[in-house]
Ligand binder design. Sequence first.
Ligand SMILES: CC(C)(COP(=O)(O)OP(=O)(O)OC[C@H]1O[C@@H](n2cnc3c(N)ncnc32)[C@H](O)[C@@H]1OP(=O)(O)O)[C@@H](O)C(=O)NCCC(=O)NCCS
Length: 168
Amino acid sequence: MRRPVEPPAPAELRFRRMRPEDLPRVVEIEKDGFRHPWSRDLLERELSHAWSTVLLALEDHPGLRQGPGERAEEVVGFIVFWLVHDEVHVLNLATAREERRRGIGRALMEEAAEAGRRRGATLVTLEVRRSNHAAIALYRALGYRQVGVRPNYYAEEGEDAIVMVLDL
Ligand SMILES: CC(C)(COP(=O)(O)OP(=O)(O)OC[C@H]1O[C@@H](n2cnc3c(N)ncnc32)[C@H](O)[C@@H]1OP(=O)(O)O)[C@@H](O)C(=O)NCCC(=O)NCCS
């Protein structure tokens, strides 16, 4: 039997820091990814913190119009992480809904870990909702281990956070 056609792996992914003009697309991905999304202001504020990085994953998008010398590219995911002392803390991660299960989330997590490693970090930490099976599966696949639970961390629903750590 023939296998169903799978979406192409993101071999052509590029990464760069978010700029103010990227905010509308990042807000769109954020709103589509979370029941309680970060606001535009909150995302924008990250740009002003020296310790914060908002890293975008971009891909060529043949359907987009292109000016001379410009690349037709689209933001397909992003990650927000802080580097404080020897720790990378991941605060936010999302892949555009139509681009999921193509390795973009994994690639963003690996970029953040690598950025931390280059700057002397020794661990990555994060909190994730207990019910977020997709994200937990991703972190486990990357070697993260559960080190604790913060009860009722997500106050809106009284949901616990699982605390996960990766040693770099
Ligand atoms: C979690 C999220 C970022 C994953 O992004 P993604 O680009 O789809 O992830 P990847 O394609 O890199 O997945 C890598 C691995 O993670 C695991 N994984 C990812 N999504 C999964 C799912 N829905 N179910 C089970 N495992 C999953 C798998 O092991 C997968 O490898 P495989 O596709 O070879 O089986 C994405 O689902 C998302 O944006 N969700 C909404 C926002 C969110 O919950 N962010 C996390 C907040 S802590």
